[in-house]
Design a protein around this ligand. Structure first.
Ligand SMILES: Nc1ncnc2c1ncn2[C@@H]1O[C@H](COP(=O)(O)OP(=O)(O)O)[C@@H](O)[C@H]1O
Ligand SMILES: [Mg+2]
Length: 255
């Protein structure tokens, strides 16, 4: 598919299991945090949203998961207009700020999140053990979250957001504060999820992580300044790495 097709979303418009944004915009008291965002993400894509602090990544995700109302434009997820209701249990959201109950244990947190989705005991047990192992929290299963380090809490939050086996995951900086070895494990897990047809939208500051995504969307000052496979982005910017590519696209789009 050409980059133009991808940007216009024409080819992907017909796919039901995807995310589509049309001129999605958010203005906070005169500040345009997200400006006319057009994007199409098809099922089974690992999509990396990158850009400096304040470029609008979190605001975009919050509009998609229904936590913020768009000022204008629209988006659909799984064919349903955002904020989605019918398909809400098919998506998940891991916020940038860790969102877990510190007075509960890791296990109790997972159980509580599973309860929100009425998971049966068997699927819960299977999923819990898979996620505890992925996040390297097996041995902390019965620890109170208040007694865990910041990184462990963040991992607990990731596990909680994935407990119900969602089809589409919005993960806002899930690897911040995660040590390099475990980050590799996370990415292996994300690839496995993707191989099973899951769609993952992830924000990251780490360029090595961005290069592991199928499609990278580069955001700057609320706008999508470039989008494509890492290879396409390097080629069209004629740069050796994504960081230089970002700077090249930023220069092209001006202040
Ligand atoms: N609730 C809010 N009220 C006012 N401004 C906000 C709010 N949330 C975010 N912003 C502003 O919107 C811009 C984009 O922020 P954000 O989406 O958090 O960026 P990123 O996730 O890329 O760091 C920033 O200038 C930020 O200060
Ligand atoms: Mg953010």
């Amino acid at each position: 598919m050409s980059e133009e097709d991808r940007r216009s979303g024409m080819t992907r418009e017909l796919e039901p299991h995807s995310i589509h944004l049309r001129k999605l915009t958010k203005v906070f008291d005169g500040l345009t945090a997200v400006s006319n965002l057009d994007m199409s993400i098809s099922k089974g894509t690992l999509y990396g949203l990158i850009g400096p602090n304040g470029s609008g990544k979190t605001t975009t995700i919050k509009m998609l998961v229904g936590l913020l109302k768009a000022t204008s434009g629209e988006a659909t997820i799984l064919g349903e207009k955002v904020p989605i209701k019918k398909n809400i249990a098919r998506i998940s959201y891991m916020p940038q700020e860790t969102a877990v109950y510190s007075e509960l244990t890791v296990h109790e947190n997972l159980e509580m999140f599973a309860g929100l989705y009425s998971m049966d005991k068997e699927s819960f047990a299977r999923r819990e053990s898979e996620l505890l192992s992925m996040t390297d929290l097996d041995e902390r299963k019965d620890s109170l979250v208040s007694q865990l380090s910041g990184g462990m809490r963040h991992r607990t939050s990731l596990a909680c957001s994935l407990i119900h086996d969602p089809e589409i995951m919005f993960l806002d900086e899930p690897t911040v504060g995660v040590d390099p070895e475990l980050r590799v494990g996370f990415w292996k897990y994300f690839s496995d999820l993707k191989a099973n047809g899951k769609t993952i939208i992830i924000t990251t500051h780490y360029m090595d992580e961005a290069s592991r995504c199928d499609i990278v969307g580069m955001m700057r000052m609320g706008r999508l300044i470039a989008e494509g496979t890492p290879k396409e982005l390097l080629k069209s910017s004629n740069t050796p790495d994504l960081e230089s590519a970002f700077l090249a696209f930023a220069k092209r789009t001006g202040p």
